[in-house]
Design a protein around this ligand. Structure first.
Ligand SMILES: NC(=O)c1ccc[n+]([C@@H]2O[C@H](COP(=O)([O-])OP(=O)(O)OC[C@H]3O[C@@H](n4cnc5c(N)ncnc54)[C@H](O)[C@@H]3O)[C@@H](O)[C@H]2O)c1
Length: 254
């Protein structure tokens, strides 16, 4: 089994310190990839890229607003200029803590549009922007980030994540002939800085998660990285169009 990415170039969006993207960026760099740590908070992405380079890896930080196509194209151009192209895209950036608590019925149109602009349109236009480079290099790997919040969707956040699952199957079908796989990870309650903020000790939501999970109810960002490597390395080349739930058995789908 080949779980290596030597000579490959990966973009991770939402790769700021304290988030799941930080763990993803380190995992891809440890597997041998040159990693572009892209985030709207570029200083926090720079901290991750700096940590990777200090430990002998290859990384750079790029500022991006994935909702802005010009900014997305500039991110891909920066990756191409630095490392020659793109082989792996991890669509991890999203609005979560900012949007998850407000009931859908209370959203105004501006909030609704922003949630979709980042979580859905953002992921789609990152895919559109990297695809020519992947095709030129003979193929690629795309991993989208959904959530157990899509099963069932119970908030606007959940609706956007359900759309990301649909984006995954559609893009897998369209890009399969170009040797590009498109898969999705749906994490459970993950103890990133944002995840911890949403599940404080003693909260009813935290207790519900503990009661329902079959295994470990709360995961660390690193608990998702084995799945990420499967979906981005030659070991997983026959997998496409799939959403893998990684959550300690909180959601179990037939
Ligand atoms: N933590 C959890 O429990 C959990 C569970 C399921 C899914 N997820 C998903 O995992 C991903 C990472 O979550 P996290 O817990 O690290 O939260 P997070 O808020 O730390 O991560 C999101 C990152 O995206 C960046 N971002 C937001 N808007 C952006 C934009 N327009 N352009 C570029 N970057 C932008 C943020 O700055 C942040 O670094 C998200 O897609 C989230 O929905 C998280």
């Amino acid at each position: 089994m080949d779980f290596r990415l030597d000579g490959k170039v990966a973009i991770v969006t939402g790769a700021a310190v304290g988030g799941i993207g930080e763990a993803y960026a380190h995992a891809l760099a440890d597997a041998g990839a040159s990693v572009v740590c892209a985030d709207i908070r570029v200083d926090a992405a720079q901290a991750v890229a700096g940590a990777i380079t200090s430990s002998g890896g290859t990384a750079l930080a790029v500022e991006v607003d994935i909702a802005d196509r010009t900014s997305v194209d500039a991110m891909v151009a920066a990756a191409t200029e630095a490392y020659g192209g793109v082989d792996v895209l991890v669509n991890n950036a999203a609005l979560m803590a900012q949007i998850v608590a407000t009931p859908a019925i209370q959203y105004d149109l501006e909030q609704w549009n922003r949630a979709f602009a980042v979580n859905v349109t953002g992921a789609w236009q990152c895919i559109q922007s990297v695809t020519p480079s992947m095709i030129q290099r003979g193929g690629g790997r795309i991993v989208n980030q959904a959530s157990v919040g899509a099963y069932p969707a119970e908030s606007v956040y959940g609706i956007t994540k359900l759309a990301v699952i649909g984006l995954t199957t559609t893009m897998a079908r369209e890009l399969g002939g170009s040797n590009i796989t498109v898969n999705c990870i749906a994490p459970g309650m993950t103890q990133s800085d944002a995840g911890k903020m949403l599940t404080p000790e003693g909260s009813p939501f935290r207790e519900m998660v503990v009661a329902r999970a079959a295994g470990k109810p709360f995961g660390e960002p690193t608990d998702l990285c084995g799945t990420l490597l499967l979906l981005t390395t030659p070991a997983g080349e026959w997998l496409t169009g799939q959403t893998i739930v990684v959550d300690g058995g909180f959601v179990m789908r037939p």
